[in-house]
Design a protein around this ligand. Structure first.
Ligand code: GLC
Length: 515
């Protein structure tokens, strides 16, 4: 295999609004990201995935795309994007862009034309317009249909500002083929495909007995047409530089399911090269549950050439420190034990980076940032918060701008006085600057783990007790995560530990050993 770099890579997710601001307006951008490229190189990541930076009203943080082939002026220009790709390549870092094929923004010219053209027009057929809605609900809360001035309704699985494309109209796949070629031609190494289990809907648009949105197979998710569709994208990816680097270009699908079996269809050869494995972060901090998840995940990938990158965090979920320190973020009055959450999140990092295959790290995860749960309502931006009347807090708490340096806000993120989402006053000790100076920091743990992680080699479970996760990776490398209350003996030469080894391996601590 010449260069299927993505089989075994650590990929860093940048949420552009919140990574680094170069223009001084309080919102992140490409100039800021370029200036922080040495940080990413030092961290040792092999690729950067950018969440959307395209022209957008930002009704859903950019996942509402108004033009798939440009850069929103708030983030810079196409030239800034090219400059980032070129500079990143100089550090051996590849770039992955986010393709959003399920829906666009209502500001997209095609949707505006569809509104203008009226019922029955070819323009409307690019979207899903009907005279009557069905009973489907939006994933963000409320109905999945919105009525327009002439009485018709359009489908939007997400916000009303995100109309779903009609993938059964051949003009839609044809348009997206141009979009992916546009970015591949610009030198990107891969695509992250948003809501990859969406796109095709049951043509009958049937009412469902339980209209509550779910990631189960349904008339709107996991339709069989996706398999052939992704095979066609795979052929495009593989057509790039086939003689030099076969399989150099990649794509990773955002496939959510409620059962791991829901992902089975995507593991047939010849489709999407990678399918995110979200089951690790959906699993409680419980050894038996984690073992089950890891076993089933590895089993799924083992019979296939599809890679399922491991994830404990991204821009849609509660940050690990908070999740492991207080449970799921359902309410505002969360009783979070940040010290406990931090200890577990650090142990989870060594688990993540020891598992076979590739791993994605979401910006700020390497700093051990907690979820910000007390953002004032007036600043909340996520449509999930607004569409549920605040019943669901939404995802702003994991999207707060990164603290880079200094003891007070905005912690070197921007030259402006404030950031687009307010930062907490307590992040001084969590800045990159503070953590670089502390050998025991979470940042230094990630950096050392990325450098020392096992590559290749098999995977085999070791039995160290019910509440212990222990496995080997090839000869001589062992990972042990102690979830039991007892301190365990440490047998072997320590490569790295997620916390102090006080007379052994304490609870909620992980160690990598060379034997
Ligand atoms: C994906 C994105 C999420 C977005 C949604 C709708 O799940 O990760 O941030 O809100 O799609 O585009």
């Amino acid at each position: 295999m010449l260069s299927q770099w993505w089989r075994d890579a650590v990929v860093y997710q940048v949420y552009p609004r919140s990574f680094a601001d170069g223009s001084g307006d309080g919102t992140g951008d490409f100039a800021g990201a370029l200036a922080r490229l040495p940080y990413l190189a030092d961290l040792g990541v092999e690729a950067v995935w950018f969440s959307p930076f395209y022209p957008s009203p930002l009704a859903d943080g950019g996942y509402d795309v108004a033009d798939y082939c440009d850069v929103d002026p708030r983030f810079g220009t196409l030239a800034d994007f090219d400059a980032f790709v070129a500079a990143a390549a100089g550090h051996g870092i590849r770039v992955i862009v986010d393709i959003v094929p399920n829906h666009c923004s209502s500001a997209h010219p095609a949707f505006q034309a569809a509104l203008e053209a009226g019922p029955g027009s070819p323009e409307r057929d690019l979207f899903i317009f009907r005279d009557q809605p069905n009973n489907w609900q939006s994933i963000f809360g409320g109905p999945a249909w919105t009525q327009v001035a002439d009485g018709q309704w359009y489908l939007h699985l997400f916000d009303s500002s995100q109309p779903d494309w009609n993938w059964r109209n051949p003009a839609v796949p044809a348009m997206f083929e141009k979009v992916i070629r546009f970015w591949l031609d610009r030198g990107v190494a891969g695509l992250r495909v948003d809501v990859a289990h969406g796109l095709f809907k049951d043509p009958d648009l049937p009412d469902v007995p339980d209209p509550a949105p779910s990631d189960r197979p349904s008339p709107w998710f996991h339709r069989p047409e996706l398999i052939g569709h992704y095979a066609s994208w795979r052929a495009i990816l593989d057509s790039y530089s086939p003689d030099v680097f076969p399989g150099e270009r990649t794509a990773v699908g955002e496939f959510w399911g409620t059962e791991i079996t829901h992902l089975e269809p995507y593991f047939r050869p010849g489709g999407m090269p990678q399918a995110f494995n979200f089951f690790l972060f959906q699993t409680a901090w419980d050894a038996a549950a984690l073992r089950h998840t890891i076993t089933t995940s590895i089993g799924l990938a083992a019979e296939s050439d599809v890679v399922a990158p491991w994830v404990i965090s991204n821009h849609d979920v509660v940050r690990p420190v908070t999740r492991y320190g207080g449970g799921p973020l359902a309410a505002r009055d969360l009783d979070v034990d940040v010290a406990l959450g931090t200890r577990r999140a650090r142990a989870a990092a060594l688990l993540l980076l020891a598992l076979p295959g590739s791993a994605y790290v979401y910006q700020g995860e390497e700093l051990g940032l907690p979820e910000v749960i007390d953002i004032p309502d007036a600043f909340r931006d996520d449509p999930v918060f607004h569409r549920t009347g605040g019943a669901r807090l939404g995802r702003d708490g994991c999207r707060v701008p990164i603290p880079w340096s200094g003891a007070s806000k905005p912690y070197g993120f921007t030259e402006a006085e404030s950031t687009w989402l307010p930062q907490p006053t307590t992040w001084g000790p969590l800045t990159v600057e503070a953590q670089q100076a502390d050998p025991g920091s979470t940042l230094n743990l990630y950096k050392r783990a990325i450098a020392a992680r096992p590559r290749g080699g098999g995977f085999a479970w070791l039995d160290r007790g019910d509440d212990v996760i222990a496995f080997t990776r090839g000869d001589g490398f062992t990972c042990v995560v102690n979830l039991s209350a007892e301190t365990l003996p440490v047998e072997g030469e320590v490569i790295l530990a997620s916390g102090p080894l006080e007379g052994g391996l304490p609870q909620d601590t992980a160690v990598w050993l060379r034997s």
